[in-house]
Design a binder for this molecule. Structure first.
Ligand code: F6R
Length: 606
C-alpha cells in the first residue's frame, strides 16, 4: 500500500510528482522518492521520512530537472523504511516504482544473484527492477510482458527506460492504477486526487494492460499488443475535495462533510418516499429469495456492518453475520445459494476483503459491494455495487466513509423489508423521510460539539479507556474505540456493557475513564446499572445519552446529550461526538492526526 505517480509533458516534472505524492501520502508515508529524465539520464532522489524530508534532500542535492518522471510514497512491507529501501528502484537500464507485493521475490532474487545481479535493498521491488533489466532486449513492451509472466503477487508498476527518454510505461494487477489525460501531458497515478490539479479526465487500467505514455499520446495495449479502446472517465470531485480548505486536518474536514456525504448518498436513492437502490442486478426477485446475509469487511467498514446487522435483523428478521474479511477467507465459510454476501469497503482495494469477495463468488453466492472508490477492484468484481458518495477520504482514520456505509445499510434494510413485506409501506416511507432529515440534524449537532474538546482535555492523559454500550450502542462503541486507538494511541477497549462483569471489570480502578453510550430506550436501565458498577469502582464516566431520557445527573462525571431520532437511527448522530472526541484527543496529544503511525489508508496486503 504505497502511492505511485508518473508524469510526462512539458513542465518541470519533479514539482508535479511531489505535488501528486502529497495527495497520495494517505497510502503510505514512511519514505518517498522520484526518478526524472535529466538530459536523457535518469536522476533518482529518495529519502526515508515524509515528503518534506525528500524535498529537503533535493534542495541540498539539486532538484532533478526534466519533463518526465515517476514518484513513490511508501508504506514499508519488505525492508524497513530507509533511503536504500525507498523507491524508485533501479538497474542499469531503467527505474521503477511499485505498489503491491511480489510474492515469489525470494526465488527470483536467488536466480538473479546466480546470474550476477547485486542487490542493495531488502525490498521485493528491486527484484522487479533487476528482472526487467535481465529480460530487456531494447523492446520495453516485450520486456514488461515477460516480467509479468514471471512474477506472482500484486503490482501497479511505473517504469522508465533509459533508452526511451520522455516515455512512461505502466502495468497493474490487483493494485490500483489510473492514467490521467491532459493537454500536452499525461499521468499515471494510484488514485485520482494525485492528478486532479492538472486534469479530471482519466482511464481505469485493467489487469495486465500495458500502458505507454508520451506527452501527447496514450497507448493501452493488451498482452497481444492490440490497442484497447477504453472509456474516458471524468472525475466529478473538484480540487477542493482533495484539499484541506482551511480545516486544520483532513479528518476534521471529513467529519464536517458528513451531512453532505449522507445527502449525496441517500437522496438520489429515495424515490416517491421509497428506497430505490437503482442496481439492475439486485432484482426484487433475487432479494425476495435471500435467506441469510453475510457482511464481510475490515476495520471501520466492518463496524458499519455491525450496525447493519442490527438494522437488517430488526427490520427484516433474517439472520445476518458480520465477518472480519481476513477470518472469513480462511474459515471455509458455510455459504448457500440463497445467501447474499455484502462486502463493505471504502477503498475497494483491501486485500482481505477482495479475497473474501472472490471466495464468495467461487461459491456461487451473489455478492453486493458497498464501495466508495469508483472503478476499484471490489466494485469491478462484485455482482452488484452500491456506491457511497463520500468523495475522496484522505485522512487515514475513516469517518465520512463510515457514515455513508451506515446510510447504505439503512437503505438496503428498508428495501429488503419492503420486498419481503416485513415492514408496512407506511413504516418504510416514514423511515425514508427520517433518512432525508438526517443531514440537517447532523449539521445542528456538529455545531453543538464544543464540549467534546473539553472532555478530550480531561481524558487525554489516560493510558487505558473503556467504551461500553449495549445493542446498537455496543456496535458503535467498537468504532469509537478504534478511532481513539488509531489516532491518539490511547489503549481502549469496547465492551458489551453486560459482559464487563465476566472478567474485564477487574481492570476498572480509580479514575479509569469509561465512556458509556446509552441511546436505546429498551436497554437504558440495564446500561445505567452497568455504569453504576464501574462508577462504584472509581471509574470516571462520560455518559453519551439520548436527550429524550431522564438522566440522574449524579450517575456520571460528564454527560453529553444526543438529539433524539428513531432508535434505529441513533448511531448516525451518536458517532459524531465520538469521532470528534478521538480527533481532539489526538490533537491535544500532539499526534499526527491524518497520518497515524504504522498505518496506511489502503491495505492492499494480507
Ligand atoms: C480505520 C480505517 C480502517 C479501514 C479498513 C478497511 O479508520 O479506516 O479500519 O476501515 O482498513 O478499509 P476499506 O474500507 O478501504 O476496505
Amino acid at each position: 500500500m504505497c502511492g505511485i505517480v508518473g508524469y510526462v509533458g512539458t513542465k518541470n516534472s519533479a514539482e508535479i510528482l511531489v505535488d501528486g505524492l502529497r495527495k497520495l501520502e494517505y497510502r503510505g508515508y514512511d519514505s518517498a522518492g522520484i526518478a526524472v529524465f535529466e538530459n536523457d539520464e535518469i536522476k533518482v532522489c529518495k529519502a526515508k521520512g515524509r515528503l518534506d524530508d525528500l524535498e529537503e534532500k533535493m534542495s541540498v542535492e539539486g532538484v532533478p530537472q526534466g519533463v518526465c518522471g515517476i514518484g513513490h510514497t511508501r508504506w514499508a512491507t519488505h525492508g524497513e523504511p530507509s533511503d536504500i529501501n525507498s523507491h524508485p528502484h533501479s538497474s542499469k537500464t531503467l527505474s521503477i516504482v511499485h505498489n503491491g507485493i511480489i510474492e515469489n521475490y525470494i526465488e527470483l532474487k536467488a536466480k538473479l544473484i546466480k546470474k550476477g545481479y547485486v542487490f542493495e535493498s531488502q525490498t521485493d521491488t528491486e527484484v522487479v527492477a533487476k528482472l526487467l533489466d535481465y529480460y530487456y532486449d531494447g523492446k520495453p513492451f516485450e520486456t514488461i510482458k515477460k516480467v509479468i509472466g514471471a512474477v506472482k503477487g500484486s503490482y501497479a508498476l511505473g517504469i522508465i527506460f533509459k533508452d526511451f527518454p520522455n516515455q512512461l510505461f505502466a502495468v497493474r494487477k490487483d493494485s490500483p492504477l489510473i492514467v490521467g489525460v491532459g493537454e500536452n501531458e499525461n499521468f499515471i497515478a494510484s488514485d485520482i486526487p494525485a492528478i486532479l490539479k492538472y486534469t479530471n479526465k482519466y482511464y481505469l487500467i485493467d489487469e495486465n494492460e500495458i500502458v505507454i505514455l508520451t506527452k501527447d499520446n496514450v497507448s493501452i495495449l493488451s498482452l497481444d499488443q492490440e490497442a484497447i479502446e477504453k472509456e474516458l472517465f471524468t472525475a466529478t470531485w473538484d480540487i477542493e475535495a482533495a484539499e484541506k480548505c482551511g480545516y486544520a486536518h483532513f479528518m476534521l474536514k471529513e467529519i464536517f462533510e458528513q451531512p453532505e456525504a449522507w445527502n449525496k448518498t441517500v437522496s438520489p436513492r429515495i424515490t416517491d418516499g421509497f428506497p430505490n437502490l437503482d442496481v439492475d442486478s439486485l432484482t426484487d426477485e433475487l432479494l425476495k429469495g435471500v435467506e441469510k446475509i453475510h457482511i464481510v469487511a475490515c476495520g471501520t467498514a466492518m463496524h458499519a456492518g455491525m450496525v447493519g446487522k442490527n438494522v437488517i435483523e430488526s427490520m427484516v428478521r433474517i439472520p445476518t453475520d458480520v465477518c472480519i474479511a481476513s477470518e472469513f477467507r480462511y474459515s471455509n465459510p458455510i455459504l448457500s445459494k440463497k445467501d447474499l454476501v455484502i462486502i463493505i469497503s471504502q477503498s475497494g482495494e483491501t486485500a482481505d476483503t477482495l479475497a473474501a469477495l472472490r471466495l464468495a463468488k467461487q461459491n456461487g453466492v451473489h455478492t453486493l459491494a458497498v464501495v466508495n472508490v469508483v472503478g476499484s477492484s471490489i466494485a469491478r468484481e462484485a455482482d452488484s455495487v452500491i456506491y457511497t458518495w463520500a468523495g475522496p477520504e484522505i485522512a487515514v482514520a475513516s469517518t465520512k466513509a463510515y457514515m455513508v456505509q451506515l446510510s447504505v445499510m439503512y437503505l438496503f434494510a428498508l428495501k429488503l423489508a419492503l420486498v419481503k413485506g416485513t415492514l408496512s409501506e407506511d413504516k418504510v416511507r416514514e423511515y425514508c423521510g427520517a433518512l432525508l432529515d438526517i443531514p440537517q440534524k447532523m449539521s445542528d449537532l456538529l455545531e453543538k460539539c464544543e464540549d467534546i474538546k473539553y472532555f478530550s482535555s480531561r481524558f487525554q492523559n489516560a493510558e487505558n479507556l473503556f467504551f461500553i454500550g449495549r445493542g446498537l450502542d455496543y456496535a458503535l462503541s467498537l468504532e469509537a474505540s478504534l478511532k481513539l486507538k488509531e489516532i491518539s494511541y490511547i489503549h481502549s477497549e469496547a465492551y458489551a456493557a453486560g459482559e464487563l462483569k465476566h472478567g474485564t471489570i477487574s481492570l476498572i480502578t480509580d479514575n479509569i475513564p469509561v465512556i458509556a453510550i446509552a441511546t436505546q430506550e429498551n436497554l437504558y436501565e440495564k446500561t445505567i446499572s452497568n455504569i453504576k458498577e464501574v462508577a462504584t469502582r472509581g471509574a470516571k464516566v462520560l455518559l453519551i445519552v439520548n436527550e429524550a431520557f431522564e438522566v440522574d445527573e449524579s450517575i456520571a462525571k460528564y454527560i453529553f446529550k444526543i438529539p433524539t431520532v428513531d432508535a434505529v437511527l441513533m448511531p448516525v448522530l451518536t458517532i459524531i461526538p465520538l469521532q470528534l472526541f478521538a480527533y481532539y484527543t489526538s490533537v491535544l496529544k500532539g499526534c499526527d492526526v491524518d497520518k497515524p503511525r504504522n498505518l496506511a489508508k489502503s491495505v492492499t496486503v494480507e
